[in-house]
Each structure stands twice: as structure tokens, then as C-alpha cells.
Design a protein around this ligand. Structure first.
Ligand SMILES: Nc1ncnc2c1ncn2[C@@H]1O[C@H](COP(=O)(O)OP(=O)(O)O)[C@@H](O)[C@H]1O
Ligand SMILES: O=C(CO)[C@@H](O)[C@H](O)COP(=O)(O)O
Length: 479
């Protein structure tokens, strides 16, 4: 029995799974937390992966790392970070995203070039921000990596050249997704000078060897990892409720949505992964639980005591600015509060807001790609919530397929590692997990009221623009 390690270096933590390569059975799961904030010393992720994989790597024949997409890991000649990494949910580069879109010939030209219209999440916009605001740092950048590339390199034998895959590369802003190659000219346009890029490793290829001799696969972005871990098929819509909220689907053909709603990423299997991403997801519930002084189980219990529509309370949950819709300067907005409002209503409104935002993401994905959803599947940390599971089919208005709680990004990385180890044409077929189908009577009026608030606030520009981003702000030493 060969054992494999799959790693998810995501926004809030590193998760590692030790898996049997024959059937995908998880033997052990470990996690280690990441620091909060939207700019992080990337060496913290190396410490976290060392902690999470301690004693596991020696047992593994192959390893692969999936990671949070887009983050800017800018290294000097010696491979040392020139500054903290700017993460996908850091919105300071919203203005430079607009500048770069103009310089690339407008939104559709941008989508045609790279598969997506730039928003602040993309790596290239962060490089341009660095050029404009920290020219001394920018001048020292010799190589740019993504978070998963940086962690993979750490696990590889000394002297290994950096490597990545097309899935994660497609979120940089300097990768021609449809044609499958880097666009070093676009990196140079953003940063102001050329810098080295990692080698692209094909789907299923072995990229390197670990210090102990294990095969290391190319790794990928966390959402591409989830698609591989769930063995996503055409017609499946995968909703992930982690730090970000994501609706994604496999496509055989590239997508270039000039409206910017759908990002046309590549996946880790040789296809494409059109996606709609929100910046405010599980953190909406974290914040609400803190405000109400309860834990997650307490929040769920409260929410289920209120009814659909939360006693007339509606929340637009764009606390940390939002990406879909593209409102980087937005803030959260509550309406309908009265003397009759209860704590249960406040809890309920938070779940309904999260689910309405995810429902918007699914609708936008379906409208822009024409995908006919056969199944809607849901994964991510917030699916541990009983209230989320109860309310999801009601707000989304369709049955929701739920796999057992698990680390599906890390499992996808393990599947990629097993693929590279086998050297086969296709990834290994592992038994599909037993799923539960969640069903409930639809509550369309909840979405109607939410949509009304979303549209009424579309022109609002809140004053006081510096505030922390949701999901990565840990006040007063809280986890
Ligand atoms: N029972 C629960 N109810 C609601 N949210 C939860 C629960 N358990 C964990 N979470 C939330 O899930 C999030 C982490 O999910 P995860 O998918 O691991 O995120 P990421 O991959 O972005 O790091 C955290 O914000 C955490 O508070
Ligand atoms: O920016 C995106 C996708 O474009 C995010 O989905 C990040 O990839 C972070 O993912 P999570 O940590 O929330 O899984």
C-alpha cells in the first residue's frame, strides 16, 4: 500500500491528509493555523506545513500542495521574500487592477488575453501596487511565486527549480489560460521589470523529488484541488464555503467573460474551471458568533429559532469589501432592525446573507457559462454548521449534495500526487464518498429582499476606507 500526502495551504490554515493511494482512504488528517491578516510573511506557511506534516512525509511515496490562489510571493535574488505576501483578499490593488485593464485594452481584451478580467485579487495587480508604492521593494524582486509554489519548493530537495501548474498560474494575470503559457510581458508591464517565473508542470506530471525521495507533483490552486478531490464532472456546480465563497464548474473549453463576473481559470486535470468568487463567506458567521457571544453551534441554534426572512432583518455582508459584485470599498449593511428584532433574527440574517451571496454566485456562473447544473455540491469549513446545512437548499432553491465533512482540497492534492506517482494518463479513480442530499422548501422571498438591498446600495461609497478584511482579522488575540 503506497501512502500519499496531500496538502492544502489555504487562507486560514494548512491541512495535511495521509491517504492510501489505492483507494483514496484518509488515514490521518492534521492542521496547523496561519497568521491572520491579508499580508503575511510567507515563511509562516512553511512553519505551518512543517508542523502539519511532521512524521508524515517520511511515510509518503508522493506529495502535492494545493494553496490559496493569487497571493504575491515576491522573492529577491537569494530567494528571500522582499516583503510580506499580499493575499487574494487584500483589496489595496483595486485601483491598479483598473489601470492594468486599461493598459491591456479594456475588460474584454483583458479576458481574451488571460481568461479573466483583473480584480484586486490577481497577482499582477499586487505587483503593480508594489511598483507604485514600494519601489525599493519592487526593484529587488527577482522571482515571483504563488503561495503553493513557495510551499512546494520548500518540500523539494535543495537545488530544485521552482515549479507551478496551469491551474494556479491562471490566477496570476500573466498567464495565457486558453493557450497555456506564461505572458512574461504582462508581468513586466505590472512590475516594471522582468522577473523569473516558475516552470509549468503538466497535469499528472511529476515535478520534483522531496528531500526524502518522494515524488512531488506540480500542486495547484485550492479551488482546482477541491475540484480534483470531489472528482467534479461536467454539470456539477461546486460551492465552497471557506474564507472565500466559490461557485465553480468544470468546462472543456476556455471562458473569457468580459463582464468580469466569471474568472476563466484552468483546472488541474487539463480542462478549465470557470468560477465566481466572493470575499465574504465563512467569516460572516465567525463575526456574527463573536458579536452575539456564542460559538458556532450556539449561532446555528439561534438561527434555527428564527424564521425565513429573519423577522424582516436583511444583511448585505460585504464587510471586507467585495469582489462579486466588484465593490472593493463596500462595507456591511443591515436593514429592518426594529425593537422587535431578536438575537435569533440577527443570527438567521447572517446565514441568509451568506447563502444569498452564494446563490448569486451560482446564478452568475450558470448565466455566464451556460452550464446546466446537474448537481450542486457543497464543501468548506462552514458546512460543519447545522444551520447552514438546513438553510442552504431553502435559500439556493435546489437540493444540495453534501459529502462527509473532510478536507477536499487536501484530498485533491493527494489525488494529484497519486496521479504523478502512477504516471497514468488519467488521475486514479477512487470510490466516491457517500453523500447526503439536503432538501427544503425554497424561500425565494429571502433572495428577493436581499437582491433589492444589493441593488439599492450599488452606488454607496462608505466613508473611512481602511478596515480589515473579513475572515483574516483576529481581534484581541482571538483565534
Ligand atoms: N461549525 C461551524 N460553523 C460555521 N463555520 C465554521 C464551523 N467550523 C468552522 N467554521 C469556519 O470555517 C472557516 C474555515 O473554513 P476552511 O474551508 O478551512 O477555510 P480556508 O480553506 O479558507 O482556510 C473558518 O472561518 C471557520 O470559523
Ligand atoms: O481568490 C480565490 C479564488 O479566486 C479564493 O478562493 C482563494 O483561492 C482562497 O481560497 P480559500 O482559502 O477561501 O479556500
Amino acid at each position: 500500500m503506497a501512502l500519499i500526502v496531500g496538502i492544502d495551504s489555504s487562507t486560514q490554515s494548512t491541512k495535511a491528509v495521509l491517504v492510501d493511494a489505492d483507494d483514496g482512504r484518509i488515514v490521518e488528517t492534521r492542521t496547523a493555523p496561519h497568521p491572520g491578516g491579508t499580508e503575511v510573511d510567507p515563511r509562516a506557511w512553511l512553519d505551518a506545513v512543517d508542523t502539519a506534516t511532521e512524521g508524515l512525509l517520511e511515510r509518503a511515496a508522493a506529495v502535492s500542495v494545493a494553496g490559496q490562489q493569487h497571493g504575491m510571493v515576491a522573492l529577491d535574488e537569494a530567494g528571500v521574500p522582499v516583503r510580506d505576501a499580499l493575499l487574494w483578499n487584500d483589496t489595496r490593488s483595486a485601483g491598479t487592477a483598473r489601470d492594468l485593464i486599461d493598459e491591456m485594452g479594456g475588460p474584454q481584451a483583458c479576458a481574451d488575453a488571460i481568461g479573466s478580467v483583473l480584480v484586486a485579487s490577481f497577482t499582477s495587480t499586487k505587483l503593480r501596487w508594489l511598483r507604485d508604492h514600494e519601489p525599493d521593494h519592487a526593484a529587488r524582486v527577482a522571482r515571483v511565486l504563488l503561495p503553493h509554489d513557495y510551499v512546494s519548493l520548500h518540500l523539494a530537495a535543495p537545488g530544485t527549480d521552482a515549479f507551478t501548474d496551469r491551474g494556479d498560474a491562471s490566477g496570476t494575470g500573466y498567464f495565457a489560460t486558453a493557450e497555456d503559457h506564461w505572458r512574461p510581458d504582462l508581468l513586466e508591464l505590472a512590475l516594471g521589470h522582468a522577473a523569473a517565473l516558475p516552470r509549468i508542470v503538466g497535469p499528472g506530471e511529476a515535478a520534483a523529488q522531496g528531500a526524502g525521495g518522494a515524488v512531488i507533483a506540480g500542486g495547484t490552486g485550492d479551488n482546482m484541488g477541491a475540484a480534483l478531490g470531489m472528482a467534479l464532472e461536467p454539470g456539477d456546480v461546486l460551492v465552497s464555503v471557506g474564507t472565500s465563497g466559490v461557485a465553480s464548474a468544470i468546462s472543456a473549453t476556455p471562458v473569457a467573460d468580459g463582464t468580469g463576473v466569471v474568472t476563466g481559470f484552468a483546472d488541474a486535470s487539463g480542462h478549465f474551471l470557470p468560477m465566481v468568487t466572493t470575499m465574504n463567506a465563512a467569516g460572516i458567521l465567525d463575526l456574527q458568533a463573536r458579536w452575539l457571544g456564542v460559538d458556532h453551534d450556539g449561532l446555528a441554534e439561534l438561527a434555527l429559532q428564527s424564521g425565513p426572512g429573519a423577522g424582516g432583518v436583511t444583511l448585505l455582508p460585504y464587510y471586507g469589501g467585495e469582489r462579486t459584485p466588484n465593490r472593493p470599498d463596500a462595507a456591511g449593511t443591515w436593514t429592518g432592525l426594529t425593537p422587535a428584532t431578536t438575537r435569533a433574527d440577527l443570527a438567521r440574517a447572517a446565514y441568509e446573507a451568506l447563502l444569498c451571496s452564494l446563490a448569486d454566485a451560482v446564478d452568475r456562473l450558470v448565466a455566464a457559462t451556460g452550464v446546466q447544473p446537474r448537481r450542486v455540491l457543497m464543501v468548506g469549513g462552514a458546512t460543519k454548521s447545522a444551520a447552514l446545512r438546513a438553510l442552504a437548499p431553502a435559500v439556493l432553491g435546489c437540493p444540495v449534495v453534501l459529502p462527509p465533512a473532510g478536507e477536499y482540497v487536501a484530498l485533491g492534492a493527494a489525488r494529484q500526487a497519486a496521479w504523478a506517482l502512477a504516471g497514468s494518463a488519467q488521475p486514479p479513480t477512487w470510490p466516491a464518498p457517500e453523500t447526503t442530499v439536503l432538501e427544503a422548501d425554497p424561500t425565494p422571498h429571502v433572495r428577493e429582499v436581499y437582491a433589492d438591498l444589493r441593488e439599492r446600495t450599488s452606488q454607496w461609497t462608505p466613508s473611512g476606507s481602511t478596515r480589515p478584511t473579513l475572515g483574516t482579522h483576529h481581534p484581541e488575540g482571538t483565534p
